[in-house]
Design a protein around this ligand. Sequence first.
Ligand code: IYR
Length: 303
Amino acid sequence: MCFVAYRSTVFPQLQSKMEALLSSCKLFKHWPSILLGLLVALAIKYIKTYRKRRLRTSSWEQLEGTENVAVEFTLADSAIQPALEEKPHVPFVPGHNLNPNGGRRFYELMRGRRSVRAFNANIKPPIDVVEDCIRAAGTAPSGAHTEPWTFCVVEQLAVKQSVREIVEHEEQINYSTRMHAQWVTDLRPLHTNAVKPYLTDAPYLILIFKQTHGTTTDGRKKLHYYNEISTSIAAGILLCALQAAGLCSLVTTPLNCGPALRRLLERPTNEKLLILLAVGYAEDNCKVPDLERKGLQSIMVKY
Ligand code: IYR
């Protein structure tokens, strides 16, 4: 407005020309019909989308936002069957009565968990212990009980060496170009860098894959709802189980390494690497950062 007012005092002829142009403009003359047209177009679009949904013609992108696996579903409502067998529910068997000390004891156990980056390469925990921990992880809740996870346990040195090569190659690029200066600086107190001896020293590497979809018993694509959150919960339970078994671990999420590691382990394309864990015993004289954890008052809000 100010601009027009200023210009009008300077260029009165220009102002009158602009006014004539505006009053002759069809857009201004016919705005009620244009508005009506737009509303009709929007209504048609809405009806079309609604009908598409009714036919269950949807893709993973619509259902899962960022999870980029394209799976088309074109079944009419009547042909859709649940992926799980529809059976009568069974009585719930409570595991234990309330143990008032259970939470405190579990906290005492878990507060001792630290991310360990230096592993004892000479002492290997029994595989049965690792297997029990993975069994525990497999008890995690999952979207529609789809159990959308795969735990790859690597103990062969040659495979660990290949994992290390892939990760170190990418981490060189991550630290030098992909991670911004603030990120690299924030990691300085943790003493991390692109060199990862723990990938070959740790007796076990556990690569946790989320399955973006599965296959039904009759060979159809099976939707894996909330596969990332479900697999992350399973990974959390695995960390607790490893801690309970007296094992040390390191959670890593190697940036840009997923596809190469998936190919190395010959996993199918519906599996995406979520977390790589190094597992074993800490090296003698292992040091960890001097960190504090937030207290209850700053992580819990009561209503
Ligand atoms: N993935 C890199 C960098 C890294 C990132 C975060 I965030 C950490 O908490 C620790 C490390 C690495 O493993 O070195």
